[in-house]
Design a protein. Structure first.
Length: 173
């Protein structure tokens, strides 16, 4: 009788702990996607590690400095309020004010991310942020990083990677 009284709560606690462990979501790219991205886009992986990971995290999980760029919830069509708050930490208040005046009230702070072409335009024009004092990537480097990001994010990318010629046909999942 006492054994039943003890084992029932222990069983419930064990099931809850197991459920929480299984339900815990890894942030950023999954191991499989990250491995595939490193394998298929080695140059992009190196560039991301040296130029992007300090702000976006080694797995693209996002940090207090920048939003997630790989994995669940990353690369949304439109930025969330959290993305805007994180982004503001990088930008000069005057720049943010100028950007907000240049778009209609309630409009998103950036163009939507629907395809690889949208993402590359953003990377080429906005990354790294001016306050970071880092140099921009060149055109080919942008495509290498975008290929790495999208494979790490779980997107289906052409065998040759993302290029100017195919980027508009590569959707962001």
């Amino acid at each position: 009788m006492i054994l039943r009284q003890i084992s029932a709560p222990v069983g419930v606690v064990s099931l809850l702990a197991l459920g929480m462990a299984c339900g815990a979501m890894q942030l950023g790219a999954t191991d499989a996607n990250l491995s595939a991205a490193r394998s298929r886009a080695a140059r992009g992986a190196d560039l991301f590690a040296s130029r992007c990971a300090s702000c976006h995290g080694a797995r693209g999980e996002g940090t207090g400095k920048a939003p997630a760029v790989m994995g669940a919830g990353a690369l949304p069509v439109y930025p969330s309020d959290q993305d805007r708050a994180t982004r503001s930490a990088f930008n000069d208040p005057q720049t943010l004010e100028e950007e907000s005046r240049a778009r209609p009230a309630g409009a998103p702070s950036r163009e939507p991310f629907r395809t690889a072409a949208d993402l590359e335009r953003f990377v080429a024009s906005k990354m790294p942020p001016p306050k970071s004092n880092a140099s921009r990537l060149n055109g080919d480097e942008n495509w290498q990083v975008v290929t790495f990001l999208l494979i790490g994010h779980g997107a289906t990318v052409p065998k040759e990677g993302v290029t100017y010629d195919n980027a508009a046909s590569v959707p962001i999942p």
